[in-house]
Ligand binder design. Structure first.
Ligand code: 3PG
Length: 401
């Protein structure tokens, strides 16, 4: 994916595609700045090497120019984290932007407006990509969270701007979610959760090829239980995935992967934070009750299995952790990973809800890697090629692992 550290940067105009798609509240305040913080090392490196940084990102999914999706609310936080005043363009391409770029000093940053204000972005329109490319001498893609999209600012632009290399964040995501997972220190455990098996089929199938231990949690387990003939009460089940669940269990066995399903679950009489709850063996879920978390015996079994490992990847919560009553399983796993990470086990949190869980428990800092990608990390874990990565130059930065 190209080597940023080999590039000559002094006085160069560098187009940096970051994923600054952060959540904003109704007053346009940033409610989670993780993605902005994650973009900083690459930008700082470029600035300290005398480059002129032209920063581009999308925010949300606007249909055309929509003020509430402007990148303007990001400027103060970016400026604060970089320690310089970031300038903001009102457009993405065009004469005004060109003028601002021409006036940009070495070591300065210009933030372009939301690149999705142009429908040409998602269409990967070559003319639009060419105009973006014409702003700079070099392209750095650091937008891991958007690397699964073949858009003009992630993929198209590389056809018109060379060198095209990965930023430090993108490289780190690849080092962990691809490198460490494909070539793990063993034993290697994968923990997969989430409500639906249908959204994790690709991840489970791909990880079954690589891991030694597979722990399953979350709503998806009830489809596996039902496939084994257990009664699941009114728990979530994907009836059309029963055969698939059976075949995944068989595949694990054939591959010699130790697949563990929770032996006990915490059940509720309704899907609500104040539901009545009780802990029962997985084989004894009464009618009218639904499983919303894994139980204490399962946590113990999972923890014991994790104690034997050297690498762990986690994707998807163990239960409905948004409800405190049903957050214990997910939080226990987060704590266990933090404990093992401190002992030198490689711990990788692969995007989305499991990241939120790790942050809720306050152990994000001790993990080896927390992905900034949702869809992108799922696709990478499924073994798919990411268009934004494939488009970059050949050659890699020295792995930081
Ligand atoms: C994300 O939040 O997953 C990325 O920023 C990609 O956003 P998208 O799903 O709107 O392309």
């Amino acid at each position: 994916v190209g080597d940023l550290t080999a590039a000559d940067l002094e006085g160069k105009r560098v187009l940096v595609r970051a994923d600054l798609n952060v959540p904003l509240d109704d007053n346009q305040n940033i409610t989670d700045d993780t993605r902005i913080r994650a973009a900083i090392p690459t930008i700082k490196y470029l600035l300290s090497n005398g480059a002129k940084v032209i920063l581009t990102s999308h925010l949300g999914r606007p249909k055309g120019v929509t003020p509430k999706f402007s990148l303007a609310p990001l400027v103060p936080r970016l400026s604060e984290l970089l320690g310089i005043e970031v300038k903001k363009a009102e457009d993405v391409i065009g004469p005004e932007v060109e003028k601002l770029v021409a006036d940009l000093a070495n070591g300065a940053v210009l933030l372009l407006e939301n690149v999705r204000f142009y429908k040409e972005e998602e269409k990967n329109d070559p003319e639009f990509a060419k105009k973006l490319a014409s702003l700079a001498d070099l392209f750095v893609n650091d937008a891991f969270g958007t690397a699964h999209r073949a858009h003009a600012s992630t993929e198209g632009v590389t056809k018109f701007l060379k060198p095209s290399v990965a930023g430090f964040l993108l490289q780190k995501e690849l080092d962990y979610l691809d490198g460490a997972v494909s070539n793990p220190k063993r034993p290697f455990a994968a923990i997969v959760g989430g409500s639906k098996v249908s959204s994790k089929i690709g991840v489970i199938e791909s990880l079954l090829e690589k891991c030694d231990i597979l722990l399953l949690g979350g709503g998806m387990i009830f489809t596996f239980y039902k496939a084994q003939g257990l009664s699941v009460g009114s728990s979530l089940v994907e009836e059309d995935k029963l055969e698939l669940a059976t075949s995944l269990l068989a595949k694990a066995k054939a591959k010699g992967v130790s697949l563990l399903l929770p032996s006990d679950v915490i059940i509720a009489d309704k899907f609500a934070p104040d539901a009545n709850s009780q802990t029962v063996p997985a084989s004894a879920i009464p009618d009218g009750w639904m499983g919303l978390d894994i139980g204490p015996d399962s946590v113990k079994t999972f923890n014991d299995a994790l104690d034997t490992t050297q690498t762990i990847i986690w994707n998807g919560p163990m239960g409905v952790f948004e409800f405190d009553k049903f957050a214990v399983g997910t939080e226990s796993i987060a704590k266990k990973l933090a404990e093992l990470s401190k002992k030198g086990v490689t711990t990788i949190i692969g995007g989305g809800d499991s990241v939120a869980a790790v942050e809720k428990v306050g152990v994000a800092d001790v993990m080896s890697h927390i992905s900034t990608g949702g869809g992108a990390s799922l696709e990478l874990l499924e073994g798919k090629e990411l268009p934004g990565v494939v488009a970059l130059d050949e050659g890699v930065m020295t792995s930081k692992l």
